[in-house]
Design a protein around this ligand. Structure first.
Ligand SMILES: [Zn+2]
Length: 452
């Protein structure tokens, strides 16, 4: 009973850790376009403070082209000179090849992508109004005849250079460096903050030059980056009194840094170093829980542990990966304990390894995920698993296994093969097969983290 209470408590704690949108209050709202009510298949709704509408509404009624990339969980919206990329469950987005931060992350609901309507519609040059009394969103095409209500396509570059004040002329993310150029000598102050990991670069006594997109009031500008350890680079005027421009580098992993040039020669160069991704490898079952018993009487828990140790040995050679094991010997860890371990670590990737059991004729590899943000990891891992194992491809599948459901980072569960299959079983306990599959799993993880 005490045990039950403890596990209920830990479940409650895990619930709190799940991304906010899942539990944020949701209420259906009405959506009008040019006075006409729209009734999409998935009802528009308020999630938290933001009105979210299906992206298809945008394409059908607002004259934008919308495309969907399943592997990247990414929606692309194109209209005239606007090009926007939004990713499910991510506030970081791209607008005309610049990184921006959305007011709310897009979510996936019954196969429909819901997006924050105000932000997106306004970028497409539409007017958005909210009526609280009727809980309705009104989207309108601007009427040029009623004088001056055309929306200002924000953000607009309106630099107001003050004489003598150095201007920031460019900000770039190049390889592992952040390079900020100015019209003259500037000062820079660096600050590293954790939870979440970020590097703050303050540039006191500066102003925006004409090459920089100036963020509107209450907004932040963004710098495009392809660096896998950076989730976004954003900037704004942080302190108008001292005219301090603040650049925030949001990091996916704990990183070191060094200031290579401090600005005294008109350029600030910050080098990121030693980014370490935390990878959790989870050997299924253990101790009194043997998992599946194979056709020759071997235990799944032993196969899982052998595989995990082999994958760890390969990944340990990569300086950018720190491997953590939920168990490194024949011990028992609860499913919730495994999730808690990875969540408390703030792991970047979670991979659970298992062997399957069914009728003798069933053979092959499966990759399981549950939360949508794990799908791209699942696709990459499965491709590598199938190629390395050479067993029949039994596809990527969605199932709410606890370890992939209650972890809060991209997480997959690999069923390498069937211990009940006379085809798979002898191979699964063969060292050459195990080494090959361990190599495939390690490769998939490195590929997902862009470390190849
Ligand atoms: Zn298992």
């Amino acid at each position: 009973m005490k045990k039950l209470l403890v596990s209920m408590l830990s479940l409650l704690l895990l619930t709190v850790l799940i991304p906010q949108f899942t539990f944020a209050a949701q209420a259906d709202i009405k959506l009008y376009f040019n006075g006409k009510q729209l009734n999409p298949e998935v009802a528009p709704r308020k999630i938290g403070d933001y009105s979210m509408v299906p992206v298809r509404i945008i394409s059908e009624n607002m004259g934008a082209k919308v495309s969907w990339d399943q592997a990247k969980q990414m929606v692309t919206i194109e209209k005239a000179d606007i090009y926007m990329q939004l990713v499910i469950n991510k506030k970081e987005a791209v607008l005309n090849s610049k990184a921006i931060t959305l007011e709310a992350a897009p979510v996936l609901l019954a196969g429909n992508t819901l997006i924050p309507v105000r932000f997106v519609a306004e970028r497409l040059g539409l007017l958005v109004d909210w009526d609280d009394a009727t809980q309705s969103v009104y989207v309108k095409t601007p009427d040029p005849s009623n004088g001056g209500t055309t929306p200002t396509p924000s953000p607009t570059p309106t630099p107001t250079p003050k004489p003598g004040v150095p201007q920031i002329t460019s900000m770039e993310s190049v390889g592992d460096q952040i390079i900020i150029k100015a019209s003259g000598p500037i000062k820079s102050k660096l600050m590293y903050l954790s939870n979440p990991e970020r590097l703050v670069i303050d540039l006191p006594g500066t102003t925006f030059g004409s090459g920089i997109m100036v963020p509107g009031a209450g907004q932040m500008g963004g710098v495009w980056t392809a660096n896998p350890s950076i989730s976004a680079i954003r900037y704004a005027v942080n302190d108008p009194a001292t005219s301090t421009i603040r650049v925030v580098v949001d990091l996916k992993v704990k990183s070191g840094y060094s200031l290579i040039e401090d600005g005294s020669k008109g350029q600030v160069v910050v080098q990121l170093k030693n980014a370490k991704y935390k990878v959790v490898l989870d050997a299924g079952h253990g101790d009194q829980d043997p998992g599946a018993i194979s056709i020759s009487g071997k235990q799944e828990k032993d196969f899982n542990l052998t595989m995990v140790l082999k994958v760890k040995k390969i990944l340990d050679q990569n300086p950018n990966i720190q491997v953590y094991l939920t168990r490194s010997d024949d011990t028992f860890v609860t499913l919730d304990g495994r999730c808690e371990f990875a969540n408390n670590l703030g792991a970047n990737v979670f991979v659970s390894i298992h062997g399957n059991k069914w009728v003798p004729s069933t053979s092959g590899s499966e990759t399981y995920y549950w939360r949508p943000e794990s799908l791209s990891l699942a696709n990459i891992m499965h491709k590598n698993l199938v190629a390395a194992a050479g067993l029949p491809d039994r596809q990527v599948r969605q199932n709410d296994f606890r370890v992939v459901k209650y972890t809060n980072m991209p997480a997959v569960l690999l069923e390498v093969g069937y211990l009940s299959s006379p085809n798979d079983e002898p191979q699964m306990f063969n060292a050459a097969f195990q080494d090959r599959v361990a190599g495939g799993i390690a490769n998939g993880i490195k590929q997902y983290l862009n470390l190849n």
